[in-house]
Design a protein around this ligand. Structure first.
Ligand SMILES: Cc1cc2nc3c(=O)[nH]c(=O)nc-3n(C[C@H](O)[C@H](O)[C@H](O)COP(=O)(O)O)c2cc1C
Length: 200
């Protein structure tokens, strides 16, 4: 399956085979694909909570309007992101470049984010969302279905997973073997409405 096919084929699926076990190799492939998504200044804000404990998954399901995919899908990831990544040893985001370039980039990124809390949060969400899409398209290529979710009590989910103060929840993704077809598409807006030439 090529990338364009994966994009067209991906749909949100809500019902999953609860008996299917995803091989660890596939979980690794998904997480590695996530880690290769682009981020501003290569900050890689994302932190993926792979919830394996069925008791915790049950608690998450209760906090998520009892959506069955939370417990039934083979794999459940809570995509979170650290809004403070920009100031947590940022040298490691550029460890492979020469020292002058590294210093320049680290100074630039710190000047860019310092004091701009709204941007720190925006960037964390932006990075997490990019990673989430990589996960979903990679899952598609591996023959799985996915369900992105924000339909849950965000504070409650944060409590359940012990979310650090500096982190935000981007979304949950259930991944596994779907047992139902997707609903017909809700309806895509025409390009004539969503594409603006040059300026609004
Ligand atoms: C961030 C995000 C959160 C979503 N939350 C939920 C959810 O909690 N429950 C659900 O059934 N679908 C959820 N969806 C799925 C959307 O309803 C779905 O993506 C949209 O209707 C388009 O359908 P498609 O994904 O099949 O193309 C979510 C999608 C996104 C991107």
């Amino acid at each position: 399956m090529n990338t364009i096919e994966a994009i067209h084929h991906r749909r949100s699926i809500k019902q999953y085979d609860p008996n299917h076990v995803m091989p660890q190799e596939d979980v690794n492939t998904l997480l590695e694909a996530a880690s290769l998504a682009p981020t501003s200044f290569n900050i890689q804000h994302w932190r993926f909570v792979h919830v394996k404990d069925m008791n915790i998954r049950q608690q998450l399901r209760s906090a998520a309007w009892d959506q069955t995919q939370v417990t039934d899908a083979s794999t459940l990831l809570v995509v979170t992101a650290n809004t403070q990544s920009w100031q947590e040893t940022p040298e490691r985001y550029w460890e492979n470049v020469d020292q002058t370039t590294q210093e320049t980039l680290v100074n630039m990124l710190q000047d860019f984010y310092r004091g701009r809390e709204w941007l720190q949060r925006d960037e964390a969400i932006r990075s997490g969302a990019m990673a989430a899409q990589n996960i979903m398209l990679c899952a598609e290529a591996l023959g799985y279905q996915t369900s992105p979710m924000i339909g849950f009590d965000i504070d409650k989910v944060g409590e359940i997973i012990n979310l650090p103060e500096s982190h935000v929840i981007v979304m949950m993704i259930a991944i596994g073997k779907g047992t139902t077809q997707a609903y017909p598409r809700g309806g895509q807006l025409p390009l004539s409405e969503i594409v603006i030439e040059n300026t609004f």
